[in-house]
Ligand binder design. Sequence first.
Ligand SMILES: Cc1cc2nc3c(=O)[nH]c(=O)nc-3n(C[C@H](O)[C@H](O)[C@H](O)COP(=O)(O)OP(=O)(O)OC[C@H]3O[C@@H](n4cnc5c(N)ncnc54)[C@H](O)[C@@H]3O)c2cc1C
Length: 452
Amino acid sequence: MSNGLPENDLLGKRAVVIGGSIAGMLAARVLSDFFVEVIIIEKDKMTDQHLTRTGVPQGSHGHALLKSGEEILNDLFPGIVEELIEAGSVKSDFASELAWNHHGSWKVKYQAGMSIIQQSRPFLESHIQRRLKQIPNISFIYETKAKKLLLNTDQLQIDGIMIQKEEKMDQEIKADLVIDAAGAGSQTSSWLKQLGYQAPAKTEVKVDLFYASRIYRSLSSEKKDWSSLLVYPNPPSQNRGGGIFPIENQRWMVTLLGYGVDSPPNSGDEFLKYASSLEKLDVYDAIKEGQPETDVAIYRFPALRRFHFEKLSHFPNRLLVMGDAFCRMDPVFGQGMSISALEAVALKNELQKAVQKNGLTQISIQTHRCFSKIIDIPWLIALTEDFRFTNTVGKKPAGLPFLMWYVKKVILACETNEAVYGKLINVLQLKAHPFTLFSPATLKAVLFQPRS
Ligand SMILES: Cc1cc2nc3c(=O)[nH]c(=O)nc-3n(C[C@H](O)[C@H](O)[C@H](O)COP(=O)(O)OP(=O)(O)OC[C@H]3O[C@@H](n4cnc5c(N)ncnc54)[C@H](O)[C@@H]3O)c2cc1C
């Protein structure tokens, strides 16, 4: 036994993770079962406050945790969902407590039997961090940047990274496996080039999206028939949307968004004016007499971006890239954290195979292929909607016109048909494959829906 782990299940002495955010922390949890020691290198300061930090500016904006992500989180950290609820996360039924206007149509409300939990992103992150710190073989090194990758003598595999803490000298950390979970700012592509390797191809789809968010202490009225409200844009004619979501400490996260809109609302007045310009006035009505607690935070999201690490035939082994460093999804679909969770499960499976078979000899190529397959589905879901906006530019998925036509019919059927809505919820929560929307019963309900 070493560090409480059976020797036979160990794949090495040390794994290093770059980035201590959602993807990095979930990866570290998985790695802790296979390595004597796991070190997370994080450039931000340590914080156990529920505050947005510099390295994760998106933390000031609405962050939905999909059911798939919630379930994996609870498997990795048993009991964490109950802990979150006790500490203030708001649990609600997805279909009966969410008022959702989608392409101009309100969805039917019914007991879907699928609950979700809602909270701010920093709150969620701090709870995961707290659980991680209880695992003895995981440690964090804060205020330290990963600066480059180190190759072993035969130049075929990564055997560590160079780090720099504040103004101090660079320092080498040796590792048997390195995971880049540094998010949008990942430098793996340029590091690979420095080492004489090819950078991966990337696919970008420009959406020119912005988020503008504010936390409210109270809304206009306590009387409302929803726990969450979502007014999705109605493209191509309406490219603006917004939503209100409950978060910890009886507060509300209000997020407004726009695709291809020139200037986001920067002040309180502009925020209200923008809310009043949505196709439905429900968000505006709910906040016009509300009490904001924070200023308006803006986030610009120019493009979805996907690297194709899985296609590189020449890639240094023992290096993995995951989370937003691998693929940045359109945040409107709330998929990013849950994709990281699905990738953590894939990582665990690949490490288990490595224990049973050849150790880490093929780990990078095999795991990147799994990650890429995970990404395919949410990528298709997001692009089917994003290409409805006239400003969207990029490579279109195969069969897009048909998908857009059929999915719009599915969306409109959800106004009255609970079964179809139930299927759509499962797909959007990344719990079912989009093929399930083409089952005979769903096809019949969607294609022969009564016209209102
Ligand atoms: C506006 C917006 C809204 C979103 N809404 C949702 C949502 O509703 N639901 C959802 O699931 N997802 C959402 N996402 C996506 C979600 O934030 C990410 O997918 C999720 O955080 C996983 O990202 P990550 O851990 O890969 O990277 P990040 O969360 O970006 O974290 C990267 C980490 O790496 C650190 N780092 C960076 N470079 C270095 C370095 N060189 N050395 C050391 N540390 C480094 C950073 O400080 C940071 O801690 C949203 C994103 C945006 C932009």
